[in-house]
Design a protein around this ligand. Sequence first.
Ligand SMILES: C[S@@+](CC[C@H](N)C(=O)[O-])C[C@H]1O[C@@H](n2cnc3c(N)ncnc32)[C@H](O)[C@@H]1O
Length: 273
Amino acid sequence: VTLETDPQGFAQLTAKIAADHGIGCNVYKEKCLRRRIAVRMRARGVHSFDEYSRLLDQEPAEYQKLLDALTINVTKFWRNPETWRFLVDRVLPGVWSEREGAVRVWSAGCASGEEPYSVAIALAEVASRAGRPHALSKARVDATDIDRVSLERCRAAEYPKSAFDELPGELFQRYLESGPAYRVKEEVRRVVEVISHDLTRLPAPRPPYDVVICRNVIIYFDRKGQEALFHRFHKALDTAGYLVLGKVETLVGEARQLFELVDARERIYRKRA
Ligand SMILES: C[S@@+](CC[C@H](N)C(=O)[O-])C[C@H]1O[C@@H](n2cnc3c(N)ncnc32)[C@H](O)[C@@H]1O
């Protein structure tokens, strides 16, 4: 594969992907991008970007495979339980009472929905602990992603048992119903709104938010892309709103001035006035 020897071909290929699918490849770390494209090219026994580009035009299924590879969308319900424990015990109750239940959350880069539905479950817990389970209907979780297939799964909201490995048993009992697949109960599910959205190009869908949760997404962006995103989140948050980055990512650069640290381990921040 002529990855190193053909920078122009590589640039043309990423420009093509951007034009066809609206994925602004330029914000992704180039090394990740190269590696993933190389994997697909190898899988198809293709040796030049040009040839691969033609293959993408001829075979929609290959194009989809490449997009899936570029927008890695592994996720789980209650992924990193400590983060959720912190949210349910320490963050959401205050927000919930201040907003009298009408909490507005943005799950940015939601993949197939396990994260936004976990937010809905967390809010249901907080509402029920406050003795007002029905107030859950006032809450709103905007679930956004760029990946079409993920968004379809998010809308269908049906999951295999393995999606719940990290969800505590009692929450599973309380909030899931089973059919041929598992679904979050209707009254919890309906606080989630699924919206197609490119984080690199568009402002927040429906600001202001009390909480923005964006985990395992920014890691694929280069430094400039990350900083731009932090500014976007800052803008999208209401006064003293929370930014939840979770275990993997951390605030970098100037953006650190925009937020104060709430919890270093779970990487939870709060917007400075
Ligand atoms: C690993 S998943 C993270 C899912 C979930 N937040 C979690 O932590 O479990 C990363 C997601 O980011 C999405 N993504 C990547 N680039 C994006 C962009 N420019 N705009 C919106 N979503 C993007 C991918 O499509 C993918 O679904």
